[in-house]
Each structure stands twice: as C-alpha cells, then as structure tokens.
Design a protein around this ligand. Structure first.
Ligand code: NAP
Length: 305
C-alpha cells in the first residue's frame, strides 16, 4: 500500500488529533517556487534554482480568513515533488509549503472563534507556509495547546494526521498485526512506527543506514532491515515465517515498487515522540530540500522564519 497523497484533514480530525486553542505588514520574506525545466539537473541545482527568497505583499485577511506569523514551518517530501515539477502547482510562481505553526496577527471582518495572539497550526491543501506571514482560511487552523512547542506542532500536523489516517482509517491496525514501514526513520515513518507499536502491532521497518536503524529501533521497530545491505523481501518472509504482513506503508513510492487531536494527546502522554532532528532558517530552505533529497535527514525538518 502506498501512502495516499495528502489525505483530507478535516478540522475535527485535527482537533481530535491535537486534543486540546495587528500588525499591518506590507511585505514579508517568502519563497517563490518556479517550475523546473530540466528534470536531469542535480538536486542542489533544482532546489537553488527554484527556491528564491522574495518580498511579497501579504495583505489583510478577508472575511473568514486570518493572518498568521509563522514560528516554525514543517518540511514534507511533497514540497520537493512540487519544486521538481512532479506535482504541478496551480499557478507559477507560488510559495511552497503545506504545514506550519504560528501566531494569529489579524482576523478578517466579523470573524469569531480566533483572536490575535492565538497559537495555531495548519496543514493541507493551502500552499504557502514557506513564509514569515501568510493568510489562511480560519477554518483550516486548529488551536495549539500551550504545552506543545511550535516546532513539534509544525512537524505533527500533516505527518501526524497522515499517520492517523493510515493506521486508524485506511487500514485499522490492531494487536497481533504485523506491519512493514518503509523509510521508518523518516518524518511520517517515525510516527508510524511508534504509533503502530503502541497499538500492539509487530513493527518491521526498512531504512538505508545504520544510524537510521538505531533511530527506528528507538521508535518501536521490533525488527529493522537495512535495505541496502539485505534483501528486505526475503528478510520479511523469514521474520514472518512466510506469513507476510497485514499492511505495508511505503513512504518511498516508485523506487520500492520497482524493487518489489490523537496526535498532541499522544505527544503529551508520551506515546509519540516527534523527532525534530533538523532545523534550518527559512532562508536556507533550498539547502533543506537538498539534504532531504540526498538521504541526509531523519525524523522531521522545520524551517524557522
Ligand atoms: N509528510 C506527510 O504528511 C505525507 C502525507 C502524504 C504522503 N506522504 C508521502 O510519504 C512519503 C514520506 O514523506 P515524509 O515527508 O515523511 O518524508 P521523509 O520520510 O522524511 O523522507 C523521505 C525518506 O524516504 C527515503 N527515501 C527513499 N527514496 C528516497 C529518495 N529518492 N530521496 C530521498 N529519500 C528517499 C529516505 O529514507 P531511507 O534513507 O531510510 O531510505 C528518507 O528519509 C513521501 O512519499 C510523501 O509524499 C507524506
């Protein structure tokens, strides 16, 4: 089973997941992505060519909208897909990024339920989080409990709701199941392993390096396979006495196919540890993409404006 692309995140799901609530600006630094013309250039070239730091007018929120000053911005692999042109943005140029946590700096006319000063997090179809400030539909933002660090919130919205969707709705993992998680030390993978373990499943993870294997083990993998050193299909058959697994979560997609409001509560209660292993300044987003694409990262990556 491959990861579905961006499962819809309803506000009630996010609230359940997290279980817990002006300044007029003319310009803000933001990254503006452009399409890539040449698919064969190396990843550093792609990241540097398409991500440009620019000042843009953010403006005032309209009816139903809020303006948010971001404190931490989550990086997801999908950001790379858009920068490389694998997924097409609706318009060019555009500001990338689909996940962040920040403070409300203005609310649209007549809006209730959100106030200036609220800490909120958001994720999903609204692109544009690689920015110091952005305008959002108010109903896409969920309140963040004060006990949650903004870096954790910015790492958890999309990845956490993805993990929740995959483990609780797409396929309901139960005690006694065996699950296989590819890229087990990645952003989503790290959460999947911890959560599946907490649900009582036997967790088998695949990773590329010994360092990532150690992290996956800490994250509740009962068995870790370094797929560059051994044939993961043969090893899974061996580990399961040829019975196979109930479900495979494949973060990797093509490469692997070719070879073959609970969230914050879970963080607060210690079931989930959100590994914010890499922090870059917003102006270093191109470097962050390059590192992500060169297998240099594990856990979550955040940009700090
Ligand atoms: N983030 C989300 O919420 C979300 C939502 C829907 C779908 N997805 C999908 O889930 C997958 C994982 O997303 P993520 O944001 O959590 O990323 P990630 O797991 O933090 O990073 C990707 C991981 O995939 C492995 N990998 C395999 N082939 C790779 C390649 N060609 N280049 C770089 N890394 C490669 C690497 O692990 P090893 O070194 O161990 O191989 C790497 O750590 C992506 O396919 C994404 O589109 C994510």
């Amino acid at each position: 089973m491959a990861f579905p692309f961006s499962p819809p995140i309803a506000q009630e799901t996010a609230t359940e997941f997290f279980s817990s609530s002006g300044v007029k600006i003319k310009e803000a630094g933001t990254f503006v992505g452009e399409d890539t013309k040449d698919a064969k250039v190396n990843v550093a070239d792609v990241a540097e060519r398409v991500l440009k730091w620019e000042d843009v007018e953010v403006g005032e929120p309209k009816e139903g909208e809020i303006r948010v000053k971001n404190e931490a911005i989550g990086i997801n692999f999908i950001d790379v897909y858009y920068c490389k042109g694998l997924y097409k943005a609706a318009t060019l140029p555009y500001t990338p990024g689909v996940e962040a946590c920040g403070v409300v700096t203005a609310v649209g006319p007549g809006l209730t339920g959100r106030q200036v000063g609220d800490l909120v997090a958001y994720a999903g179809q609204q692109m544009g989080s690689y920015a110091e400030e952005q305008i959002l539909p108010a109903n896409r933002a969920v309140p963040v409990p004060p006990s949650i660090n903004p870096k954790v919130a910015a790492s958890l919205m999309l990845k956490g709701t993805t993990a929740q969707f995959l483990l609780r709705r797409c396929f309901k993992v139960e005690p006694g199941h065996t699950v296989l998680v590819h890229a087990a030390a990645g952003g989503v993978g790290s959460l999947l392993c911890q959560w599946a373990n907490a649900l009582g499943a036997t967790v088998i993870g695949t990773v590329s390096t010994k360092e990532k294997a150690a992290q996956a083990k800490e994250d509740g993998c009962h068995h870790v396979i370094i797929y560059k050193e051994e044939d993961f299909v043969a090893r899974v058959k061996e580990l399961t006495s040829n019975n196979g697994v109930e479900v495979v979560y494949d973060s990797v997609g093509k490469d692997t196919f070719e070879a073959a409001g609970e969230g914050f509560a879970n963080v607060a209660s210690g079931i989930l540890r959100v590994r914010v292993n890499h922090t870059y300044s917003l102006s270093e987003a191109a470097q962050a993409h390059t590192d992500l694409e060169n297998w240099k990262t594990s856990g979550s990556i955040v940009l700090i404006p």
